[in-house]
Ligand binder design. Sequence first.
Ligand code: ADP
Ligand code: ZN
Length: 639
Amino acid sequence: MDGGLLLRAHTKNFATVPKKEFLLLLNLTKEKATDWIIENRNTSMALILEKLLERPKGLAATELMQECKTTRSPLQTLLTRKWIRKEEKPEFDLSQEEFFPSREKKLNEEQTECLAKIQKSLTEKQFAAHLIHGVTGSGKTEVYLQAIQMALAEGRSAILLVPEIALTSQTIERFRARFQERIAVWHHRRSLGERTLAWEDLRQGKARVVIGARSAIFCPAQNVGLIIVDEEHDTSYKQSDEAPCYNGRDVAVMRAHLEGATILLGSATPSLESRYNADTGKYILSTLRTRATSASLPSIQIVDMKREFEIAGMFTHFSSPLIDALKKRCEIGEQALIFLNRRGYHRHQMCAACREVVKCPHCDLGLTFHKSNNHLRCHLCDFCREVPRSCPTCGARETLQFKGFGTEHVERSLHALLPGIRTLRMDRDTTRKKDDAEDLYRQFKAHKADVLIGTQMIAKGFHFPAVTLVGILAADAALSIPDFRAGETVFQLITQVAGRAGRSELPGEVILQTFLPEHPLIHLAAQQNYEGFYAQEIAERKLFNYPPFCRIIKITCFGTDEKETENSARALHAQIDSAKIPDIELLSVVPAAHAKVKDQYRFQFVIKAQKIVALKNILHSLSSKIRFKIDVDPVSTFF
Ligand code: ADP
Ligand code: ZN
């Protein structure tokens, strides 16, 4: 440990009579600071500003001087210029954990075995792909950390991709705390200046570790020895909404291949494709079956909501086992998560006379009622309107009824049911600003609430030690989506959410509410039986010829005129059909699941092929007059 870190740990742990401590913070906007840093690189003042950019919560002057290896005078100049400011250190510092340097953990047997295989690949300096299938909390991240250490020791650099939502300062800090190196952070929410700095650091080899969301795979890290894709199954790695459509994970495998690097794909619920690649020997599989700490995996109880309705005689969000469990948690001061994958208050408004829902004028989607602003909002384009009094379709009065529920409704109901309960809600509505999600996370972790209600935002990556109960409402809803990945998505989501429970000493409990208690997939998920799930799902994929047994290409046409767009799609379809390519299956043209988005109509068709190369020529020759998008290996054939 270097002196700075020792000092930090020391002052944190053992300072007995706290003198007034001051922190230094950046007093410029990020943009101004980065512009100046770029102009004045490598000066002491630039180094200090850079460090403070990395540490938005500030640093003590002594620490800052040590880390930047400077004297007091540049600090003084910056203070005089008012580019940095002093603040009294808060007594209770929620971010404390971030300041501790972390040491390597002694790996358990499974981790050791896994790391040994990785080390072998690293020393061979040839492309090798590893799939780390480890249950939630099994210590995958610890394996990543030590693998990165090995790559660095060999003078090579490492790229770590994490899902967008998991790219929090908690994650970044966990890596910063381990390596005495500059770490570049890469994602689209960072300002252009910040990205320029990171880019330069990587290009010049000043930073040898980069953490980022999917686009970080394109960063100019030098001499890459190791690439890690955490939660490799996560759909946020896929860019589908704009061209080029690519999957960051797949690009990562290709980049590793090109650079002769080792790639690690980690997940508690590997995608069928990756797991199949392990089965067929393309990937080296390591399995971590138990949690790394003394914590055990939570037990999952299935609750039949049809019966609950019968007993209650009415609709309810909360089954009696869930209410009891929530009450108990509040009494003993433990925390709970409630998961519902739909935001808003009511899903939509429907006319009892004509059965039409109130739709967005720009999109093919019913509007969602948001009670906090008392309006209807489109979840595709954010269009808002007041709640209509008469049906916009048939004009009938007093016939509009609210249908379906979202997180906002769940929160209100919970307060009605258990007055005094403290709740927080995390969904896209409560996290519109850049740091909102992180603020909510910190508040909950500091026990400012008993229950955190949220959409899939709460399912991933978060580590809340005091959470011992997870309630999953309507996790099966997505099973009815006509998409080949529906089952896989539901299984992954249940496993991920359930994995938030009981991550430290306190044992966890999960209550899974469903209308399909008999569904095999629900059972497999409740038993956290990935192998059973995989066996069943892969057999179905094979039977119906879906990935990984074929590749899929989805072609979508866009246009402001419905008929014209459909005709365009048909023209492309005909062109491909007439090429008579062997061994492909060309499915017919259909409107997309959302047939109109932001005033653009969408028609699509799907091609299944054994090999993509067979289609390369024809895809390149498609008419350039038509607006269309090609998505290879789409996340969904439906949306
Ligand atoms: P995952 O990434 O698989 O969800 P983590 O790496 O976050 O798991 O590990 C979960 C918890 O277990 C963390 O608190 C971590 O510090 C701890 N941990 C990991 N490996 C070990 C180990 N070998 N010994 C003790 N604790 C460990
Ligand atoms: Zn809309």
